[in-house]
Each structure stands twice: as structure tokens, then as C-alpha cells.
Design a protein around this ligand. Structure first.
Ligand SMILES: Cc1cc2nc3c(=O)[nH]c(=O)nc-3n(C[C@H](O)[C@H](O)[C@H](O)COP(=O)(O)O)c2cc1C
Length: 241
């Protein structure tokens, strides 16, 4: 196996960090790796805000579900889809199409994953923060995000102060298909996987969390998350047509 594959397969989110900062070299290497990600139609429809001001991090904390690592991690970067740049340079550009939301989200996610993998390859750790979308209006105001820019996810990075087990993923047979989507899901495989996830949570939480994967997605998908999102996207000039 290559080193890249080993790093990717060892991935687990890190939510506890030492106080040690990243070196400038580490930070610049991670930024360069992020920028090397492929980009749809070479639009490079992304912007990344590195939040270094401790007071600003403190103000972002309650907007991001009070997740302590938003202030505790050495680095906190907010990854955004960005079409503001295009409109600045090419005012006649037509934006606001649903397809462009996908382009911005895909480009930016590829950058984010490159950044995390690069960090992990340097012995660092991190976790994405989807909670930056909990209060997008307020967060956008604090980060001065103009129309054409939306926050997609944050990324906490730092030196790990924990060493959790990798989380078991779905069996490949339930995710990789050949020549078309299967008519039926393999119930026995799913049952086994539910038990593996239950075991993972039990051992990770000392028995406090007893949850299968289907139980977890049942809870997550029981209601609409962030019902304000469409209105926010419209306000920022996304998904208008
Ligand atoms: C877009 C995105 C947003 C996420 N948001 C959060 C978050 O707000 N807080 C958190 O603790 N973990 C967050 N995560 C991490 C996931 O919970 C984690 O990746 C998943 O449970 C699998 O665990 P692993 O990364 O340790 O393999 C997020 C992951 C992604 C991809």
C-alpha cells in the first residue's frame, strides 16, 4: 500500500488537541495541498477564512454548537463556496444557478479533504465542523462574507491529544455497485454492520452510547435539519434558478 492510502485509511476525527501550534511550514503545506485539489471547470469556487483572532473564535463558538475544539484547536478554518470573486472579476457572469451550488460545494469539499489528509500525513489531526451552518446569517456577518459566499464547513486542526479507534464504515458491498444501482439492499450485511457500529459506540463511550447505524440515521433524518437554509442560500445569491 502507498503512504497516501495508509494515511487515508487511518483517518479518524480528532476532537481534542494539545496547545501546540502548527508551524508556518505545516500550515503552508496544508494550504498548498488544499489548493492542489481538482476544480469543476477550473472555477476554483472556494474561499477559506482562517480564524486567528481568539475573540472572534469565542464569538463563533456558540454559533457552532459550543463545540470546544472550535476555540481549542490550533487552527480553525471556515471553508466557503465563493462566486463573489467571479462576479468581481467578470461582472457579466451569470450566477445563482442550482448547478453552481453543487460546483461550489464539491470544489470546496475536495479542498477540505485534501487539507485534512495533508494534515494527517504530517501527524496532525482534525475534524470538520458542519455546525458553521447552524446560524449562517450571524456567522456570515461575523466573518464579513459578502453576497456570493456561503459557509459550508469548518475545519479544526492541531496536534492530537487523543487516539480514537477508526470508525467502522459500511461494508463495501453496500456502497460500491457494478453497472447500476441494486434493486435490493443486503439485509444480513446491514444487520452485521449495525452490530459493529453498536459495539464501536459501546466500547468508545464505556457503554454510555448504545446505538446502531440505522438507529442513528433514524434519529438524524427524523426531521428537517436547518430549515432556514433555502432562504439563506437565496439571500446570498445561490439557488435562485
Ligand atoms: C461536512 C462534515 C461536517 C461535520 N461536522 C461535524 C461537527 O460539527 N462536529 C463534529 O464533532 N464532527 C463533525 N463531523 C465529523 C463526523 O462526525 C465524522 O467524520 C463521522 O462521524 C465519521 O467519523 P470519523 O471522521 O472519525 O471517521 C463532520 C464531518 C463532515 C464530513
Amino acid at each position: 500500500m502507498t503512504t497516501a492510502i495508509e494515511v487515508m485509511r487511518r483517518h479518524r476525527s480528532i476532537r481534542k488537541f494539545t496547545e501546540q501550534p502548527l508551524s508556518r511550514e505545516q500550515r503552508e503545506a496544508i494550504m498548498a495541498a488544499a489548493q492542489a485539489a481538482p476544480s469543476s471547470s477550473f472555477l476554483q469556487a472556494s474561499a477559506v477564512i482562517r480564524v486567528t483572532d481568539p475573540e472572534l473564535r469565542g464569538r463563533l463558538l456558540p454559533l457552532c454548537g459550543n463545540q470546544a475544539y472550535v476555540v481549542g484547536a490550533a487552527e480553525f478554518w471556515v471553508f466557503c463556496a465563493d462566486f463573489h470573486r467571479h462576479l468581481q472579476w467578470v461582472p457579466a457572469a451569470k450566477t445563482g444557478f442550482a448547478e453552481q451550488l453543487l460546483i461550489g460545494a464539491i470544489d470546496t469539499a475536495l479542498m477540505g479533504q485534501n487539507a485534512l489528509t495533508a494534515a494527517e500525513s504530517l501527524g496532525l489531526g482534525g475534524v470538520f465542523i458542519g455546525a458553521v451552518r447552524n446560524h449562517p446569517h450571524e456567522l456570515s456577518e461575523l466573518l464579513a462574507l459578502p453576497k456570493g459566499v456561503i459557509p459550508l464547513f469548518g475545519l479544526c486542526l492541531g496536534h492530537p491529544d487523543q487516539d480514537p479507534e477508526p470508525k467502522p464504515r459500511l461494508p463495501a458491498a453496500l456502497m460500491f455497485f457494478e453497472n447500476g444501482y441494486p434493486a435490493h439492499q443486503d439485509e444480513a450485511l446491514m444487520g452485521d454492520y449495525d452490530e459493529r457500529v453498536r459495539h464501536y459506540y459501546r466500547s468508545r463511550t464505556g457503554g454510555n452510547k448504545d446505538m446502531s447505524w440505522t438507529g442513528q440515521i433514524g434519529e438524524t433524518l427524523a426531521r428537517e435539519a436547518r430549515p432556514f437554509m433555502l432562504e439563506f442560500l437565496h439571500r446570498q445569491g445561490f439557488c435562485l434558478r
